[in-house]
Write a protein that binds this ligand. Sequence first.
Ligand code: FAD
Ligand code: FO1
Length: 447
Amino acid sequence: MIINPKRIRTLKKGTVDKGPVVYWMSREQRVEDNWALLTAQQKALELEQPLIVVFCLTGDYLGAVKRHYSFLLAGLKELPVELKTYNISFTLLIGDPPDTLPFFLGQENCALLVTDFDPLRTKRVWKKKIAAAHPRTILEVDAHNIVPCWFASDKREYAAYTLRPKINRLLDEFLTDFPPLVKHPYGTGLDNLAGVNIEAFLEDIPARGVSEISWMKPGEKAARSSLASFLIDGLSQYDQNRNDPCQDGQSNLSPYLHYGHLSPQRVAFQVQKHPILPELKKGFLEELIIRRELADNFCFYCKYYDSFEAFPDWAKNSFNEHRSDKRPYLYTSEEFEHAATHDPLWNACQVDLAVRGKLHGYLRMYWAKKILEWTSAPEEAQNIAIYLNDKFSLDGRDPNGYSGIAWSIGGVHDRAWKARPVFGKIRYMNSNGCRRKFDVDRFVRKF
Ligand code: FAD
Ligand code: FO1
């Protein structure tokens, strides 16, 4: 099995002892096409030891509600069964990882810990605490980015045009097919299905007035079949339809990518192999590879990705000059949440987000920019947008969300435009711009 060592970095150099290798799974909740699982298996084979996959289920992850947990848990339920066919054990621990994982690792006499990469703060704090409590070596594998985040660039990138050439010149090396997972020769005797009652855990998660989703099937199998349908029906039309919210022109893969039910590299590999003209794939690959990996770069190198601090200096200075500008409307977080603004298009966006759990990509920008226009300060706008996105969006609580909001509201990855009231030098957008792109009234009527 060949795994590019550039995907792997050592989080802690500790001792490696006799005992099982543990893969602490978090961002990549799948069995296939998972570089972190493959790395853990490779290490276990070298050490001639069993392999255990552990997922730590925490009840209050970045404001997630029942909608998100029920999607995540449906996917998680597939894992023990699938892993058993490879003679790999699976354990679910309930509680924050720093409170539960070190004890489990000690109890099982874990020889080596492998985990998946995630640039978000919560995960980085968890990993720091676990490294302090656990004496063994800890490896982190970037199984999300096609070009490992730390290898693509060693600094925060200014915009897509600065990251694009760095990624493009490394794609031949990293955009490969995956080796298969093999049936593991050393078992643990642990029962993959023992212990936790997922239904009881879910019962205790609050819905907070947000309904569950039925239009999208969760899990690794559903994700693969969704990708297959997109390759047959959606890809060739993507460029033509993707900016029209009245068409179903996007791939709808973001929830699968967010929960790790699907590997971005698998998607890119299949798209690259697809026999349609390269021009028809270009737009999709730009979003899937460059924009997505730019978001991870942003959250990895900018610690305060969800605050005013993250905005470029030109945007912060410009906002400071426009703080006392009169706003045309002012709404509270509750009014936004209840889609109670004067603007039928904005309200329709919010209803779509609240009911379906996924707002069309083009409208996400409009939705965020109007929150900026109708609140008294950019900090407040950013907080409200993050709160609503994370509460309602199935794919929220993701680097793409923090980066998309910082882009729309704070000019991150964008340039300065001609100054205007409230927005300062931030790129402006209004409903007339939307009218030029799609049938706004038809979209509003839908909601
Ligand atoms: P497609 O158009 O089919 O694109 C395929 C994939 O490319 C997506 O799944 C995603 O991984 C990636 N991608 C597409 N557009 C972007 C982008 N602008 N930035 C980064 N990656 C991109 N994306 C999320 O995954 N979660 C969020 O919470 C989120 N919040 C956003 C908030 C705002 C204000 C904005 C402007 C954008 C946000 N995005 C978010 C980015 C983008 O809108 C979504 O990724 C996309 O609409 C998801 O739908 P899709 O999978 O059908 O996309
Ligand atoms: N990751 C975990 O390791 N444990 C969890 O209990 C957990 C819950 C959760 C709920 C909603 C959600 O959107 C994400 C959740 N994640 C959890 C993290 C997730 O898998 C992603 O890694 C990050 O949010 C994206 O970077």
